[in-house]
Design a protein around this ligand. Structure first.
Ligand code: GDP
Length: 369
């Protein structure tokens, strides 16, 4: 295809490098007429939306254009990566439009938890981040848990308005949109696309029976999440697909845990205590003495310590160290965006060092569970 060719469907510039980015045209489809991007192809032939991703500047411009509409905004976040996938400043951009917070992937939580407690945690944390929400819904788009509550809340808060769905990449936005298309849209009428004001991107309009629409927006890429810094080949090991089995470790000070070859956790100082890991069970966990950790890593990363492989590690940024002080008297999570978290039980204080790829968000928070 010649440089600069445009999709006959949505007008976006075509490219064949990345299926994640707008305008993707698989090599195999280049001979097809009319020449349309994969996203338009799926919409027209399968009534199926697949999200594309854009960077922060384009995304903020797009959010700004929502601010000048009268609509309901659904913000979908990943419960398992809450602080990593929450769009900070969303409120500022969407103006007075109400925000419905849909928290996805609750199927990953270990069985038997108190969901009210989790819901309260979500509400408190969202509020601290400056987000006012008309409602918080917990669901799993993939496993179809709680989806009826999403529909109920949509009906209740929509009030004859359009609905914009916004979220970061990999939170399950396409999965949710496709469920909305099947369960909620007016299938008598067709999906359409049109341009977001001031951008080259197409929006998908999913028709509702009152003439209004649910509008899919591209996913924002946050490079502060582990899911965005690892190669695609490794993403499957990072995104859990089954409920997480928490792993409990009794540690003495001066002990280290390697979470695969991706993150290092040092218990530097404090009384013997337990730490509970909520991370993908596909990651290998290796315990060692802190004094041995440097040597072990340089000799065995990508091999004995587990994935990612040495080759994959080469494309991941170098580690930086985060020193954290866990207080005594309350449970706290050491959260690593896009990876999960380690719960400290709070029976006594602890000095912790976490090594994670540069740019990945690491923070201490009140315990979710
Ligand atoms: P998008 O990038 O936000 O559009 O996200 P996708 O819908 O493509 O989903 C990203 C990843 O999360 C995929 O591997 C999905 O299978 C997975 N996913 C989506 N929804 C859920 C869910 O409710 N639970 C779990 N465990 N995984 C989900």
């Amino acid at each position: 295809k010649e440089e600069g060719a445009a999709c006959a469907g949505c007008g976006v510039a075509l490219q064949s490098q990345s299926s994640e980015l707008p305008g993707y045209l698989p090599e195999s489809a280049a001979a097809r007429e009319p020449v349309i991007c994969q996203r338009c192809f799926r919409i027209t032939h399968y009534n199926e939306a697949s999200s594309v991703a854009i960077d922060q500047d384009d995304f903020l411009r797009l959010l700004g254009s929502i601010g000048s509409t009268d609509s309901l905004v659904i913000h979908i976040v990943d419960l398992y990566d809450f602080e990593g996938s929450l769009i900070s400043g969303l409120q500022r951009f969407v103006g007075n439009n109400p925000v419905l917070l849909v928290v996805n992937k609750i199927d990953l939580l270990p069985k038997g938890l108190n969901m009210n407690r989790i819901r309260n945690w979500v509400q408190r944390t969202a509020k601290e981040q400056g987000l006012r929400t008309v409602d918080v819904i917990l669901c799993s788009a993939k496993r179809n848990i709680g989806f009826e509550h999403v529909i109920e809340a949509l009906e209740k808060h929509r009030k004859d308005r359009d609905v914009y769905v916004v979220g970061a990449t990999n939170v399950g936005k396409s999965t949710l949109i496709n469920r909305l298309i099947r369960d909620y849209s007016d299938l008598e009428r067709e999906l359409t696309t049109s341009r977001y004001p001031g951008t080259t991107l197409d929006a998908i309009y999913i028709p509702l029976d009152d003439g209004k629409a649910v509008i899919d927006t591209p996913g924002i890429v946050y490079t502060s999440r582990m899911t965005e810094v690892v190669p695609r080949s490794f993403l499957g090991s990072l995104l859990p697909d089954k409920p997480i089995k928490p792993l409990v470790y009794q540690l003495n000070e001066q002990q280290t845990l390697f979470l695969g070859s991706l993150v290092r956790f040092d218990f530097v100082e404090g009384e013997r205590q337990s730490f509970t890991l909520y991370i993908s069970n596909a990651l290998n966990v290796h315990r060692t003495k802190l004094e041995r950790a440097d040597e072990l890593y340089s000799e065995h990363k990508g091999e004995l310590l587990g994935a990612p492989s040495r080759e994959e590690l080469e494309s991941i940024p170098e580690w930086t160290r985060h020193s954290l002080r866990v207080r005594s008297g309350e449970k706290q999570d050491i959260f690593v965006a896009g990876l999960g978290w380690i719960q400290a039980n709070g029976q006594s204080g602890a000095q912790i060092d976490v090594y994670a790829p540069k740019g990945v968000k690491v923070l201490l928070r009140p315990s979710m569970i």
